[in-house]
Design a binder for this molecule. Structure first.
Ligand code: 13P
Length: 253
């Protein structure tokens, strides 16, 4: 069945890899993608290395069709913010995407929903595609608050194109405890319905909603079969180019 939206296979490298490893990875990825069957449009493929790796990754990916993104940004366009990176600097480094509100940033840096929304707005203003991450904790799920939490996290975001959402239940990240396809579909459908209500049917139909949390080549196919799952934001399994390639192939690449 034809997909309603072009899927995205995104690899979030988090705080892993050094430059030589990243360059070798990109060569392996390009080789693997080169062997994909001709004529298949395939998913959009994007790597999210840490800031210092970004220029090397952009250079290594030149001509491959694979995009690059940053893992975070500061909401201000420039200024006295030691250690932070602006959207314009990310764009200038050759990236086209940026994560906003990954749960590890919300946890490690106390990022609020308002700050995440400000980051997503800054990304859009600079011409980057924000990939805004949402998802409930294990406690919130146990208390039956999942859909409410997702609604709260979605509310302040700029609901205009270009926007990509990533549903990443915190309890599934790095735990091996992947959401079932039914759990993912319920969350994604809820997010899409909320998008439709707040921003109209057209945006809701066009917005890619990725699933993230212990995605592997083994579980990717059943998750990808869920109608509102438009691809993946992969952590651990994206660190091995062959495993990431296997996930890309599940999405049609
Ligand atoms: P894992 O795939 O390692 O669970 O990480 C998911 C994630 O946080 C991607 O952003």
């Amino acid at each position: 069945m034809a997909r309603a939206r072009r899927p995205i296979a995104a690899g979030n490298w988090k705080m892993h890899l050094l430059r030589a490893e990243a360059e070798a990875y990109c060569r392996a990825l390009a080789d693997g993608l080169g062997a994909a069957p001709a004529g298949s449009r395939g998913p959009e493929v994007v790597l999210f290395p840490s800031f210092p790796l970004l220029p090397a990754v952009v250079a290594a990916l030149a001509g491959t069709g694979v995009g690059a993104g940053a893992q975070d940004l500061h909401p201000e366009p420039s200024g006295a913010h030691t250690g932070d990176v602006s959207a314009a600097q990310i764009l200038d480094a050759g990236a086209r995407f940026v994560l906003a509100g990954h749960s590890e940033r919300r946890r490690d840096h106390g990022e609020s929903e308002e700050l995440v929304a400000a980051k997503a707005r800054a990304a859009r203003a600079a011409g980057l595609v924000p990939v805004a991450c949402v998802g409930e904790t294990a406690d919130e799920r146990r208390r039956g608050e999942t859909l409410e939490v997702l609604g709260r996290q979605l509310a302040p975001l700029p609901l205009e194109p270009p926007l990509v959402l990533a549903y990443e239940p915190v309890w599934a990240i790095g735990t091996g405890e992947t959401a079932t396809p039914a759990i993912a579909q319920e969350a994604h459908a809820h997010l899409r319905a909320a998008l439709a209500e707040r921003a109209g049917a057209e945006l809701a139909a066009a917005t890619r909603i990725l699933y993230g949390g212990s995605v592997t080549p083994e579980n990717a196919a059943e998750l990808a079969a869920a109608p509102d799952v438009d691809g993946f934001l992969v952590g651990g399994a994206s660190l091995d180019p062959q495993r990431f390639l296997a996930i890309i192939h599940v999405l049609g690449g």
